[in-house]
Design a protein around this ligand. Structure first.
Ligand SMILES: CC(C)[C@H](C(=O)O)[C@@H](O)C(=O)O
Ligand code: SF4
Length: 475
């Protein structure tokens, strides 16, 4: 019987294995950021331990970083966390992309961009969206602060072997439907706990024809479906993305690495604990209207009615979500008003996201009363986007163009959504208070967010009247 990539990575990283106990796994790469690392380093100091593999550890500043006037950090906790990270990295000899670095950006954006994330690796970070790196065929998952300390000290981690779930997406996606819509559709169809206890392997024609950036968007939100991690078997798309990146070997070494990476791909006859199949053509642009990522609907449909709820507890959570969101049952998604637009986060802040949004925005104007910001995922992406003049398209349309960071994805920095206001956001979480106390988040793709900025509400971008040739103002 063949093996899946999950089994191959797991068995090649087992250091200790005992019956009915978690396994001790070797960790190839450990990313750290300022929020979940200070206590871990304190723990090391107290126990007089050092960092086992500083060369396999990489740090960045992202959550607390202001995206405008980035050195002016008013919040004391934010300042302390950033200072602690700088001090800890210096003391323990860890590479750090700090505010001065051209490499600074959101941890899940810069790791792949620098070529640090490779197929076949075990990767951890004190951050739930570490699953993003699974796009490369790595087993990548978030860990807690005490585990961060354990990995820093030992470069290993105790882990229970996960179950495997094969999620096959057949066919093709319609025009205007993106990787973001696919993952929102998956979570709304199967629910926010369908992946609990599993690592998901995404496969099928839709995934094979996706770029690495699109695969990252899909894997990023695996955790929102409850999964431990999500990944895609490495293929030629993976290898050509990696070729030439800073930390990827060149020449004959690259070919040798690519052969090794290729060997991790799932065997055709691999068996899984569970298998699910969906059709790509069934998916529409999605908009979340509730307070978890599963509460979303196709843009051309309506918010569900209370009557249609399957159980009394579903009915209760629907009612309370709608109460928080200031929306009513049965309402058309296209009628939801939008006052804020956020294009950014580790889900959707890469070049292809910015290009797609800019292409849609070109020659149009942000509607009066809407505040729209674009936050590139890394300083490098910012530079590349500016080289293509994307920033001009955005700013001439009325968007703000910022420095990189987690920004409005979560309210740990100056970017937030005021209470009671609606935000079309390309991020991954819409929990109560996520973008600020009382903020009302709607998860969408970058193009859907761009369209919401122009119309001040959600529109079905597949319709002719909203197509980009129908510019409301000339560029
Ligand atoms: C702050 C951090 C620990 C958190 C996470 O674990 O994911 C954040 O990145 C998030 O997206 O909620
Ligand atoms: S962008 Fe958002 S989801 Fe991603 S790491 Fe930052 S806070 Fe977490």
């Amino acid at each position: 019987m063949g093996k899946s990539i999950i089994q191959k990575i797991w068995s090649s990283h087992q250091v200790v294995q005992e019956e009915n106990k978690p396994d001790l796994l070797y960790i190839d790469l450990h990313y750290i950021h300022e929020v979940t690392s200070p206590q871990a380093f304190e723990g090391l100091r107290l126990k007089e331990r050092s960092v086992r593999r500083p060369d396999r550890t990489f740090a960045t500043m992202d959550h607390n970083v202001p995206t405008y006037n980035r050195y002016f950090i008013q919040d004391e906790t934010a300042r302390n966390q950033l200072d602690a990270l700088a001090k800890n990295c210096k003391e323990f000899g860890i590479r750090l992309a700090d505010l001065d670095s051209e490499e600074q950006g959101i941890v899940h954006v810069i790791g792949p961009e620098l070529g640090l994330t490779n197929p076949g690796m075990t990767i951890v970070c004190g951050d739930s969206h570490t699953s993003t790196h699974g796009a490369f065929g790595a087993l990548a998952f978030g860990i807690g602060t005490s585990e961060v300390e354990h990995v820093l000290a030992t470069q290993t981690l105790w882990q229970t072997r996960p179950k495997t779930l094969k999620l096959q997406i057949n066919g093709t996606l319609q025009d205007g439907v993106t990787a973001k819509d696919l993952i929102l559709y998956i979570i709304s169809k199967f629910g926010v706990t369908f992946g609990t206890g599993y690592v998901i392997e995404y496969c099928g024609d839709v995934i094979s024809s996706m770029s690495m950036e699109e695969r990252m968007t899909v894997c990023n939100m695996s955790i929102e479906g409850g999964a431990r991690a999500g990944l895609v078997s490495p293929d030629e798309t993976t290898f050509s993305y990696l070729k030439g990146r800073k930390y990827v070997p060149a020449g004959i070494e690259f070919e040798r690495e690519a052969d090794r990476w290729r060997s991790f791909a799932s065997d055709p006859d691999a068996e899984y604990d569970k298998e699910l199949v969906i059709e790509g053509s069934e998916i529409s642009p999605m908009v979340s209207w509730g307070t978890n990522p599963g509460m979303c609907s196709p843009v051309d449909e309506n918010i569900p009615t209370l009557e249609a709820a399957k159980s009394s507890s579903d009915k209760k959570s629907l009612a309370s979500a709608l109460q928080y969101m200031g929306l009513h049952e049965g309402m058309e998604i296209e009628a939801i008003p939008v006052q804020h637009v956020f294009i950014g986060s580790c889900t959707n802040s890469r070049m292809e996201d910015l290009r797609a949004a800019a292409q849609w925005v070109k020659g149009k104007k942000v509607k009066d009363g809407v505040r729209a910001i674009v936050v590139p995922g890394s300083q490098n992406i910012k530079k590349l986007a500016e080289a293509e003049s994307l920033h001009l398209i955005f700013t001439q349309a009325g968007f703000e163009w910022r420095d990189s960071g987690c920004s409005m994805c979560l309210s740990m920095n100056p970017d937030y959504v005021p209470s009671g206001e609606h935000c079309a956001s390309t991020s991954n979480r819409n929990f109560e208070g996520r973008q600020g106390a009382g903020a009302r988040t709607h998860l969408v793709s970058p193009v859907m967010a761009a369209a919401a900025a122009v119309y001040g509400r959600f529109v079905d971008i597949r319709k002719e009247e909203y197509s980009r040739t129908e510019a409301v103002n000339s560029y």
